[in-house]
Design a protein around this ligand. Structure first.
Ligand SMILES: [Zn+2]
Length: 124
C-alpha cells in the first residue's frame, strides 16, 4: 500500500462511499449507517463500538480547526475576547454536527485498510 492509495481510500470514505468498491454508500439517511455495502457486500462495522474511532477523527479535526482559527484570527485582528470565544464555540459545535457522517465514514476506511477485509471480498 502506497501513501497515495491510503489517502485515496480515506478520501473515498470521507465522501461517504464504500472503501472497497467506491460505489456503495456508507449512510442511507442523515444518521443511519448501512450495515453492508449494497454494491460489494463489505461489512462497514464489524465490531461493536467501532464508531468511536470516527468520533476521535471528528473531535480532533474540530479542535485543530478551532484552535488554529482562534489563534490566527486573534493574532491578525485582536477581536474582543467574549464574542470571539462565542463564535468559536458555536463553530466547534456546528463542525462536529456537520462533519459527523464524514468522520465516521472515514473511520470505516481506516477499519477497512487495517482489518484485512479485502481478502474476503471479490476483487473490484
Ligand atoms: Zn462496496
Amino acid at each position: 500500500m502506497t501513501p497515495g492509495y491510503l489517502l485515496h481510500k480515506l478520501w473515498v470514505g470521507a465522501r461517504l462511499r464504500c472503501p472497497h468498491c467506491e460505489r456503495g454508500r456508507t449512510f442511507s439517511g442523515l444518521l443511519k449507517v448501512n450495515q453492508t455495502c449494497s454494491e460489494c457486500g463489505l461489512r462497514f462495522e464489524c465490531e461493536d463500538g467501532e464508531s468511536v474511532g470516527g468520533m476521535y477523527i471528528n473531535l480532533a479535526l474540530a479542535e485543530l480547526t478551532t484552535m488554529g482559527g482562534f489563534f490566527l484570527i486573534h493574532s491578525l485582528y485582536q477581536p474582543p475576547l467574549l464574542p470571539h470565544l462565542v463564535f468559536w464555540i458555536v463553530y466547534n459545535i456546528t463542525f462536529v454536527v456537520l462533519f459527523y457522517r464524514h468522520a465516521r465514514s472515514t473511520w470505516m476506511s481506516v477499519s477497512y485498510l487495517t482489518s484485512g477485509q479485502q481478502a474476503d471480498l471479490p476483487p473490484r
